[in-house]
Unconditional design. Structure first.
Lengths: 70, 316
């Protein structure tokens, strides 16, 4: 009985860990929004906000061409 | 009794009159459109496609595609046989960084790049001819004759015409407000009209070349597009329409729907030139664009952009 209970506990922990792992993977999923966010960090400076237009175009392209490939 | 008969006859006459009037004013009649798969292109060892983006055809229905992953333009005949490839990675003449939109006009190919300004002209043997130094990247473009290119630009809310030196000629404004992100459009000019579909709005429009709106349609019946705020930007989440084109037989307008269609990236809405909905075609696979050749074959994406599928359009 104890072993069974113990096994259930271990099983619960395993399922929980798996669930957390899956959630982490989902969080880290590559999306057009994440790519846009990253683009702003790398391209947009206070002195040159016009660079943001590249990120917006990239987002638009991503939504149209790339996202159906996910 | 005779009076009742007379009234019935009159009613019948009025019914037939109305019926014939409705037929006379209907510009499509009862048309249904079916597709029949005819060909798959790119599944041979030669002419392998890595990731095609742009596609066009010439009057012989040779197929030209831009391949983003190997920086090239590829030519296939109408039977799908690979004929030639040109281009490599670079920024020189005949080279590409992100080959994208492509158009054919009057014996020449016009190839643009995603997020990079300028258009390169090639002949149908894929020999580089010259470049048009347009100073900003275009969302989409069309070679329209008289040595001019029409392009939809991000910040302009207009279709801008350029000459072959890249100088701005006339422009056709299609919207007045300043919401530049939501005003991104794909367009097609033919029969002296401009047809526009909005990427982020449920709007398809027809304009005269002077910018006068002839009609506007809301096919998807979407009131508000979902948005997400990232830093200072409010980004639309779902694409309404991806591209717009027409067929050669009836001059119907074919508009590819995006995320908000019943069948995401697969539904093609068909309208008459007067804006009447005719039918909705559902493609078997998601696609980012469609093109219709001069024999009314519809070409679209297959296998995640590694193949092109060719479907015969059947009007019934």
């Amino acid at each position: 009985m104890f072993l069974l209970k113990g096994n259930k506990f271990v099983l619960f922990i395993l399922v929980f860990l798996l669930f957390m792992g899956a959630a982490q993977n989902l969080k880290a999923e590559w999306t057009c929004e994440n790519a846009f966010d990253l683009c702003l960090v790398t391209q947009w400076t206070v002195n040159n906000p016009a660079e943001a237009i590249r990120c917006i175009m990239g987002y638009s392209f991503c939504k149209k061409y790339v996202e159906p490939l996910f | 009794m005779i009076t009742i008969m007379n009234i019935k006859k009159k009613k019948l006459k009025i019914f037939f009159l109305l019926f014939f009037i409705s037929l006379a004013f209907s510009d499509a009649g009862e048309v249904t459109i079916k597709i029949k798969e005819a060909l798959t292109i790119g599944n041979e060892r030669r002419g392998i496609i890595f990731q095609w983006v742009g596609l066009t055809t010439d009057p012989e229905n040779n197929i030209y595609i831009t391949d983003l992953k190997d920086y090239s333009v590829k030519k296939y005949n109408s039977e799908g046989k690979f004929l030639k490839k040109a281009g490599r990675k670079g920024q020189g003449p005949g080279e590409f960084l992100t080959p994208g939109p492509i158009d054919f006009h009057d014996g020449f190919l016009y190839i643009g790049q995603i997020q990079h300004p300028g258009i390169q002209i090639f002949d149908t043997d894929l020999n580089y001819i010259k470049s048009i130094p347009i100073n900003q990247p275009l969302i989409s473009f069309q070679a329209v004759g008289n040595d001019q290119i029409a392009g939809s630009i991000f910040l302009g809310n207009k279709i801008q015409l350029y000459d072959f030196d890249g100088k701005e000629a006339m422009a056709i404004p299609y919207v007045q407000n300043e919401d530049f992100m939501l005003n991104a459009v794909e367009f097609r000019m033919f029969n002296n009209n401009l047809y526009v579909c909005f990427q982020w709005k449920d709007i398809i429009c027809k304009f005269s070349l002077t910018g006068k709106k002839i009609w506007e349609r809301n096919i998807l019946k979407v009131k508000k597009i979902k948005t997400k705020k990232i830093k200072n930007f409010t980004l639309p989440q779902d694409i309404c329409f991806k591209t717009i084109t027409s067929d050669c037989e009836r001059n119907f307008i074919f508009v590819l729907g995006g995320h908000l269609s019943k069948n995401v990236n697969r539904d093609v809405y068909v309208l008459t030139p007067k804006g009447k909905w005719v039918d909705t075609i559902t493609l078997p696979e998601q696609t980012h664009t469609i093109h219709i050749d001069s024999e009314n074959f519809l070409l679209s994406r297959s296998e995640y952009g590694t193949l092109v599928k060719k479907f015969k359009l059947i009007f019934q």
